[in-house]
Design a protein around this ligand. Structure first.
Ligand SMILES: Cc1cc2nc3c(=O)[nH]c(=O)nc-3n(C[C@H](O)[C@H](O)[C@H](O)COP(=O)(O)OP(=O)(O)OC[C@H]3O[C@@H](n4cnc5c(N)ncnc54)[C@H](O)[C@@H]3O)c2cc1C
Ligand SMILES: *[C@@H]1O[C@H](CO)[C@@H](O)[C@H](O)[C@H]1NC(C)=O
Ligand SMILES: *[C@@H]1O[C@H](CO)[C@@H](O)[C@H](O)[C@H]1NC(C)=O
Ligand SMILES: *[C@@H]1O[C@H](CO)[C@@H](O)[C@H](O)[C@H]1NC(C)=O
Ligand SMILES: *[C@@H]1O[C@H](CO)[C@@H](O)[C@H](O)[C@H]1NC(C)=O
Ligand SMILES: *[C@@H]1O[C@H](CO)[C@@H](O)[C@H](O)[C@H]1NC(C)=O
Ligand SMILES: CC(=O)N[C@H]1CO[C@H](CO)[C@@H](O)[C@@H]1O
Length: 400
């Protein structure tokens, strides 16, 4: 197959798609990348992502000028130079820590900013939503909602957890599995004094825990500091999630419903943390509800080597181990290494696809289930407290 004729198609300009585009650009392999959104900022997905075990792979796939900028995306300026933070998991009823582990090498970045950084030098076709895919022996064609079509030698489905390409590769099992847990978070503003207080007692970047009497999960993290915003305020994220075995039985439609539920499921929160809940409830205009669902197969029909899935499209997982983005990066690294071998004719195209599929399934399939277990454990204090801690996947990852 010729390397300069048909391009590689990338459907989805999230972290997985854009990182792939950057790597292909470096290798001078032709590609086309498109996304359903009108622009990079048309959806406010302003959460933080911790890059830990895949950080080195991430940097290695980028040109040098962009590598430097990655460090500017941190939620706390230059934090990597002296990371004094810890992985802190607390009993959120007493505010005592359950585990307190010094971190491994990590970088906590703003997702939106990292995505903008990854866009540099990449020409994305916006407003192109993949609707249909057609594969023949020779090529693959994507039909977009706006009428545009793209034809290439390979389609990389990188559309995140609700992947459109996955409907085509997995017509019988593409649906997500919903966990019996509900999630609501919001962005709150802290003064310097409030932030210092939280930072001193817990951690300057993030900490999390479980309220034993309610089996409710509590999360706090920094999103931006005055240095980034040019204000005197710290923007922080406060999340709650709780067991909800029957989602129709719990009224959760209006803002009032949501506030009532949060107050109920967090009533056992430690009094020193209660101000964070009150601020979270007051910031109802910024409520962010996340559907907690996953897709454990990490396996797909490649249509004779014409399609692969990467990132959340291939292995959507809940964020209780903070690992999904790291797996997305590992997918890209794996694929790019195989592609280089294929171009050098060390392996054939079908061998490349087969090796990619085998490795992703072996690595990410179990990871989805570990994240699912971590989520369930986070809402089960009895288990969490009695369990040999290093065995719960909620806490074990951090011990590496
Ligand atoms: C609240 C939250 C916190 C997280 N924290 C962490 C963390 O700390 N550490 C970590 O490793 N991971 C974390 N993750 C996971 C991480 O954000 C994702 O794994 C990562 O962003 C996945 O990237 P992706 O490129 O696969 O998908 P996405 O980032 O979802 O990107 C998909 C892209 O495809 C586009 N698209 C969708 N449908 C179509 C279509 N039909 N046609 C064309 N384009 C389409 C979308 O517009 C989007 O731009 C977190 C996730 C969430 C929700
Ligand atoms: C809580 O929300 C933040 C948004 O900044 C996100 O980064 C984090 O992963 C969430 N954590 C959990 C476990 O809910
Ligand atoms: C790093 O941070 C620790 C704790 O905050 C501090 O004691 C130490 O002096 C710092 N080191 C440097 C090189 O800044
Ligand atoms: C601070 O920065 C964040 C993230 O870039 C932005 O969304 C927010 O609007 C800013 N807030 C203020 C008060 O300027
Ligand atoms: C869930 O709750 C609704 C409303 O209360 C009820 O009608 C339904 O039977 C419940 N479903 C299950 C599976 O218990
Ligand atoms: C939460 O815990 C408090 C005690 O700490 C208790 O009074 C309350 O009933 C619990 N709420 C729920 C919904 O479990
Ligand atoms: C911004 C833009 O339109 N970029 C690309 C979209 O796809 C075509 C190929 O069909 C490219 O030629 C454009 O550069």
């Amino acid at each position: 197959m010729s390397w300069d004729q048909l391009p590689i198609l990338i459907s989805g300009a999230g972290i997985a798609g854009l990182l792939t585009a950057q790597a292909l650009k470096r290798l001078e392999i032709p590609f086309i990348i498109f996304d359903r959104d009108e622009s990079v900022s048309s959806r406010g997905q302003g959460w933080g992502i911790t890059l830990h075990w895949a950080l080195n792979d991430f940097l290695s796939l980028l040109p040098e000028n962009i590598q430097h900028k990655v460090f500017k995306c941190q939620v706390l300026e230059d934090f990597h130079l002296n990371d004094s933070g810890n992985f802190v998991y607390i009993n959120a009823g007493t505010a005592n820590s359950l585990v307190h582990i010094p971190p491994s090498k990590r970088l906590r970045v703003r997702r939106e900013q990292i995505r903008k950084t990854l866009l540099e030098g990449i020409d994305v076709n916006w407003s192109c939503k993949t609707m249909e895919v057609r594969a023949t022996d020779a090529e693959v064609t994507v039909l977009c909602e706006n009428g545009r079509t793209f034809t290439g030698k390979l389609l990389i489905g990188a559309e995140g957890s609700n992947s459109a390409t996955r409907r085509f590769t997995n017509p019988d099992n593409y649906q997500l599995y919903d966990l019996p847990v509900r999630f609501l978070g919001s962005t709150v503003i802290l003064t310097h004094e409030e932030y210092e207080e939280v930072s001193k007692h817990f951690d300057s970047l993030l900490f999390q825990g479980t309220i034993p009497s309610n089996d409710t999960f509590f999360w706090f993290s920094l999103l931006s500091s005055p240095a980034h915003n040019g204000t005197n305020f710290y923007e922080c994220q406060v999340n709650f999630s709780w067991n909800c075995p029957n989602k129709t039985a719990e009224k959760f439609d209006t803002v009032e419903d949501k506030i009532n539920v949060i107050k109920r499921v967090s009533s056992g929160l430690n009094e020193n943390l209660m101000f964070l809940r009150d601020k979270m409830v007051a910031a109802s205009d910024r409520f962010m509800e996340i559907r907690l669902s996953d897709w454990p197969y990490a396996d797909f029909d490649d249509k004779q080597g014409k399609i692969i899935l990467i990132g959340d499209a291939c292995h959507a997982m809940v964020m209780y181990r903070g690992e999904a983005g790291n797996h997305a990066i590992a997918d890209v690294k794996l694929f790019i290494d195989l592609l280089e071998k294929c171009r050098k004719q060390e392996i054939s195209w079908p061998e490349m696809i087969r090796a990619y599929k085998d490795d992703v399934k072996a690595r990410a399939g179990p990871a989805v289930l570990l994240s699912r277990q971590a989520c369930l454990d986070a809402h089960n204090w009895e288990k969490l407290k009695d369990f040999q801690l290093n065995k719960s996947p909620l806490l074990a990852l951090r011990k590496k």
